[in-house]
Ligand binder design. Structure first.
Ligand SMILES: NC(=O)c1ccc[n+]([C@@H]2O[C@H](COP(=O)([O-])OP(=O)(O)OC[C@H]3O[C@@H](n4cnc5c(N)ncnc54)[C@H](OP(=O)(O)O)[C@@H]3O)[C@@H](O)[C@H]2O)c1
Length: 304
């Protein structure tokens, strides 16, 4: 392992939460060398290169690629899209990181894992793979920091934005369950702080939520405040939501994960509060209102 080698950031092109892309930018801002791993050469890769990252192309499911991109790196952020091969990629990364001998690995997981055990799991294959992945990393003996965010504001709002734009209504089957979504940008700030100075964080688990846990009617009120027009919440049947997601062409693995997430919301399992964002970064997590204000155009804009 190179003591002064770059920090590897996987999933750096970004797609949904784009944690990898934001982490890359934050580490470069701090003057740290970053090796940004992408799946293909495209505009996003060019933008990372222009920002100052060393861009490498590879597949996290190909052991040879993973060993090549980890070689020479001293620290790693590991995260990739919600997908069926997640556990295989995690264990492949663990094997490569052991071989190379990295001195810190920040692993993206999910907050639901905090409530899981071998006797108490969920139907989501993604959550099961995160739980197993965390186990495997613990067995690996690697210097790991575990990042467990609740639902990202970005992914939640991607699901809600079309109906907020079309009829000023958030339509999701979350019942009366409370939720505390966290901005992926805040998650990235935590990861960047950890990777900039991993020593105090090694072995820790950071649970990350937004600043408030509230039901969807209260979330809709934060939307109304941010957009200066009324937005309401409609608790739609889970089957209708599933039909819509299926029509949108979501892969089966992601669909199953989202349906579990909705079910857990209805059961009150997303009613969580954690102070990881403020504890690690010294700044409070972004609220729903702040997030919607920043992204007002995506929700049909503010009342003029
Ligand atoms: N969304 C949520 O609400 C939420 C909440 C808690 C935790 N998480 C966790 O956050 C992670 C996702 O983070 P994110 O939203 O920041 O990710 P993201 O924006 O979706 O980016 C993931 C990147 O991974 C790349 N990728 C996918 N498969 C790959 C492969 N086989 N080899 C190399 N690269 C690959 C994708 O490349 P392309 O763009 O080229 O496809 C993409 O750029 C997951 O672990 C998820 O469980 C998400």
């Amino acid at each position: 392992m190179a003591e002064n080698g770059p920090i590897l950031v996987t999933g750096a092109a970004g797609q949904l939460g784009a944690v990898g892309r934001t982490v890359t930018g934050l580490l470069l801002e701090r003057g740290l060398p970053v090796r940004a791993m992408v799946r293909r050469e495209d505009d996003r890769a060019a933008a990372l290169r222009a920002a100052g990252a060393e861009v490498v192309v590879g597949d996290l499911l190909e052991p040879g690629d993973v060993y090549r991109v980890v070689s020479g790196c001293r620290r790693v952020y590991f995260g990739m899209s919600v997908s069926a091969g997640y556990l295989e990629a995690t264990v492949t990364m663990a094997a490569a990181a052991r071989e190379v001998g990295v001195n810190a690995l920040a692993n993206m997981s999910q907050m639901t894992v905090s409530e899981m055990s071998i006797r108490n799991t969920t139907p989501s294959r993604q959550q099961r793979q995160h739980w197993l992945g965390e186990q495997a990393l613990a067995w690996s003996g690697l210097p790991v920091v575990t990042i467990r965010p609740t639902m990202f504001l970005e992914s939640f709002f991607q699901l809600a934005a079309p109906t907020v734009r079309a009829r000023a209504r958030i339509e999701v089957p979350f019942g009366r369950g409370k939720t505390s979504p966290v901005a992926a940008a805040d998650v990235a700030r935590v990861v960047a702080a950890v990777l900039a100075d991993p020593g105090p964080h090694l072995g820790r688990i950071y649970e990350l939520t937004g600043p408030r846990s509230q039901d969807m009617h209260a979330v809709a009120r934060e939307f109304s405040d941010a957009l200066d027009r009324e937005v309401t919440y409609a608790d739609i049947p889970a089957e209708d939501w599933e039909r819509g997601l299926r029509k949108a062409g979501l892969p089966e693995h992601l669909l199953g994960h989202l349906m579990t997430m909705a079910e857990l919301h209805r059961a009150g399992r997303y009613d969580r509060m954690a102070d990881g964002v403020e504890r690690v970064t010294g700044r409070p997590a972004m609220s729903v209102r702040e997030f919607v204000s920043l992204h007002a155009d995506e929700f049909g804009g503010r009342r003029t």
